[in-house]
Design a protein around this ligand. Structure first.
Ligand code: PEP
Length: 265
């Protein structure tokens, strides 16, 4: 079971590109992924304003994600986008609680749980981002931080039925976890494979305890933090590292494609 998880590589475009660039880059990516017959799933988390246009271009070759989704079905939430809206334009799911949202937009484990719940209840995918700051790591708090981020969000999601977290496609479980040490994001200083594996093992152990072996083993755990074409192989071949969430190195299609090809066997 453990080795059967499909690898997933998601490019996080953050708040970069304009409409013309986003459209052209996505087309290039989509055409090349279709031509290469990769063994992995390739995704892009794009700014929400571009998603409707990009959704028309995917031809199911590149999985399209939002970078954030609100927890409510609808309502007076100026500036927000709901899972139902995203679903209506064929977006598959969303990142949840990226560290930039935790740091700058008051995201908490509880709001993350509400977002996860809203997405899953629509049969959509949630890529829940967790990770420690450098100060937390240096204080020896890695395990405590990761377990708290996971537990509080899952409790806040109020989902009682574990199967809701998994969905019906074993290659694309609805919940994925992205381990992103804050000190490695956008810094050019990736975690070592040993450091990443230690964190992924903590996360996997938590998932197995929380959901039981059968379900806990199905979730993909992605590593994120300064992953590039020249270091992705260090991570992708480790047990319990099921893919990557890639920021800077996903912005240029040629570089991202190279990274994806190195992740595919
Ligand atoms: C990210 O934005 O999730 C990320 C990991 O960024 P980078 O790859 O640039 O470190």
């Amino acid at each position: 079971m453990q080795n059967k998880r499909k690898k997933l590589i998601i490019g996080n475009w953050k708040m970069f590109k304009d409409a013309i660039q986003a459209s052209a880059d996505f087309q290039t990516l989509s055409d090349n992924v279709a031509a290469k017959n990769l063994s992995i799933e390739v995704g892009v988390a794009a700014p929400s304003i571009f998603l409707a246009d990009l959704a028309r271009k995917t031809r199911n070759t590149v999985s399209l994600f939002a970078q954030n989704a609100h927890w409510a079905e609808e309502g007076a939430f100026t500036g927000e986008v709901s899972p139902a809206m995203l679903k209506s334009i064929h977006v598959l799911g969303s990142l949840v609680a990226h560290s930039e949202r935790r740091q700058m937009f008051a995201e908490t484990n509880q709001t993350a749980g509400a977002r996860i719940s809203a997405l899953l209840n629509h049969g959509m995918r949630a890529v829940y981002c967790v990770g420690e700051t450098l100060a937390e790591r240096e204080k020896g708090l890695l395990k405590e931080i990761l377990v708290t981020q996971l537990e509080q969000a899952f409790v806040a999601s109020k989902i009682r039925n574990s199967q809701t977290f998994v969905g019906s496609d074993p290659n694309k479980p609805l919940l994925s976890i992205a381990y992103e040490p804050v000190w490695a994001i956008g810094t050019g200083k990736a975690a070592s494979a040993v450091e990443a594996q230690e964190a992924h093992t903590i996360i996997r152990t938590f998932l197995l305890n929380y959901f039981g072996d059968e379900i806990g083993n199905q979730f993909q755990i992605l590593y994120g933090g300064s992953v590039k074409a020249n270091n992705v192989s260090e991570f992708i071949n480790c047990p319990n590292i099921d893919g990557a969430l890639v920021g800077g190195a996903s912005l240029v299609p040629k570089d991202f494609l190279e990274l994806c090809m190195k992740s595919s066997n």
